[in-house]
Design a binder for this molecule. Structure first.
Ligand SMILES: Cc1cc2nc3c(=O)[nH]c(=O)nc-3n(C[C@H](O)[C@H](O)[C@H](O)COP(=O)(O)OP(=O)(O)OC[C@H]3O[C@@H](n4cnc5c(N)ncnc54)[C@H](O)[C@@H]3O)c2cc1C
Ligand code: SF4
Ligand code: SF4
Ligand code: SF4
Length: 372
């Protein structure tokens, strides 16, 4: 078994695993808790499909005449169920009305994050909400292709590298496919997430059944976290949450996220959706703490879909400069102490890791000492 190449050159989308006609590729977890493909050379026939579907190798995007909007679902429940303004649910409704299938990221019973499907609004609730953990896409590309071949409508929502991998995997245009990608800060390690969940479960004595990274109950644009263990709910600020602190201090992102070429307004997808940060500057009357979606339309298909979807939304059109935020201009920079942090997390339980690094300062101190 041989690894594929440099870690920065693999976003972990898993498209190469799904596309390989010989079943010669599988994903294996590294010491940082991320999954990478390994290839069984004895099975490989050299067809080259794994290289063709790789979004890091093939990020090519044509410049499109983008349209920019601020959006929120008219229906308060729909808006509250989303992390920003509920644009994902509005697109899902469009597809469900056509008896289609929606793909997005959900938790399984072990609180792992993986892509899965929903057929109605009830099933959609598992897919709603941002999960700040890399999602597993195993088998999803093939499943989507099958639905499209059966002429079903399909909505896919995921990170821009996953969306580009899907387009490369499918190779051809499908008129009933809608691809929505996210503005993307980067994805944290699933292995570290597992340690974090285990730590909380150990502390509270039971199984975790849900974790909201962007709970809106406090009207603070989803800067509250909440989780459930054995039916008891725990709530705290996102800024106090250990996992989120490590994420936003840039210790836990996948290496490829630090050189990501998808941090731009040009994408191959139909829609890009994100949080409309800076709404107070553009439309102060929209700044009510319950979240608004930033929406970019890239394609003619997106424009067609939008004509119907906008009837169920409150919205305004705007200029590119109004929606620009750091992750539409370039990738997140890694924390100075990322390497040391990742080394420590291999050997220490999460609770000890936290004691060592109040707000990341501990890691920086160790790092400085190591450099003399
Ligand atoms: C890892 C990550 C980083 C993000 N970074 C930014 C950012 O820097 N700036 C910004 O403006 N917006 C960012 N977003 C997007 C934003 O948080 C909202 O997800 C987006 O605005 C959609 O919100 P919504 O209200 O339309 O719907 P929601 O119901 O919140 O829909 C969320 C959608 O994202 C999908 N999703 C959730 N978690 C994951 C995951 N781990 N991997 C792939 N897909 C997932 C869900 O399946 C669903 O389709 C990020 C999202 C993720 C997952
Ligand atoms: S070259 Fe073809 S057979 Fe070999 S690993 Fe890649 S996809 Fe599989
Ligand atoms: S296709 Fe995806 S998982 Fe495979 S090497 Fe490329 S980025 Fe990595
Ligand atoms: S930052 Fe880039 S490489 Fe990382 S998950 Fe997002 S799109 Fe993929």
């Amino acid at each position: 078994m041989k690894p594929f190449g440099k870690k920065e050159a693999c976003c972990g989308c898993g498209a190469c695993v799904d596309v390989c006609p010989k079943g010669a590729i599988r994903m294996a977890r590294d010491g940082e808790g991320f999954d990478y493909p390994v290839i069984d050379r004895k099975r490989c026939c050299g067809c080259g499909r794994c290289r063709e579907v790789c979004p890091v190798r093939n990020p090519a995007r044509e410049k499109s005449g983008n349209l920019y909007f601020g959006v929120r679902a008219k229906e308060p429940g729909l808006r509250a169920s989303g992390s920003s303004g509920g644009m994902f649910s509005l697109l899902a409704q469009y597809v469900f009305r056509r008896r289609g299938v929606v793909f997005g990221a959900a938790y399984n019973e072990r609180m792992e994050v993986l892509h899965t499907q929903a057929f109605d609004m009830e099933g959609l609730s598992r897919l709603n909400r941002t999960k700040y953990v890399q999602s597993n896409m195993e088998g999803i590309y093939r499943r989507i292709e099958k639905y499209l071949q059966e002429e079903r409508w399909v909505l896919f929502c995921g990170t821009p590298c996953q969306a580009q991998a899907l387009l490369l995997f499918l190779k051809r245009e499908y008129p009933r496919l809608i691809v929505a990608d996210l503005v993307c800060y980067g994805v944290p390690s699933p292995g570290l997430w597992r340690s974090f969940v285990k730590d909380l479960e150990g502390r509270h004595g039971g199984r975790m059944t849900d974790f909201s990274f962007r709970d809106k109950r406090n009207g603070d644009n989803g800067h509250t976290c909440s989780y459930r263990i054995e039916g008891v709910e725990y709530v705290h600020s996102l800024h106090q949450d250990a996992f989120c602190k490590l994420y936003f201090k840039n210790f836990t992102l996948r290496p490829s996220c630090h050189s990501c070429s998808f941090c731009t307004v040009e994408r191959g997808s139909d829609f890009t959706i994100g949080d409309f940060w800076g709404i107070e500057r553009v439309r102060p009357d929209w700044d009510d703490g319950m979240g608004n979606s930033l929406v970019i339309l890239h394609t003619d298909r997106a424009a067609q879909v939008w004509e119907e979807v906008k009837r169920e939304a409150l919205w305004f059109g705007c200029e590119q400069q109004d929606i620009l935020q750091p992750r539409l201009q370039g990738p997140t920079e890694a924390a100075g102490g990322r390497g040391v942090f990742m080394m420590l997390q291999r050997i220490l339980p999460f609770s000890l890791l936290l004691k060592l690094m109040p707000g990341g300062a501990g890691v920086r101190a160790v790092w400085r000492r190591r450099r003399g």
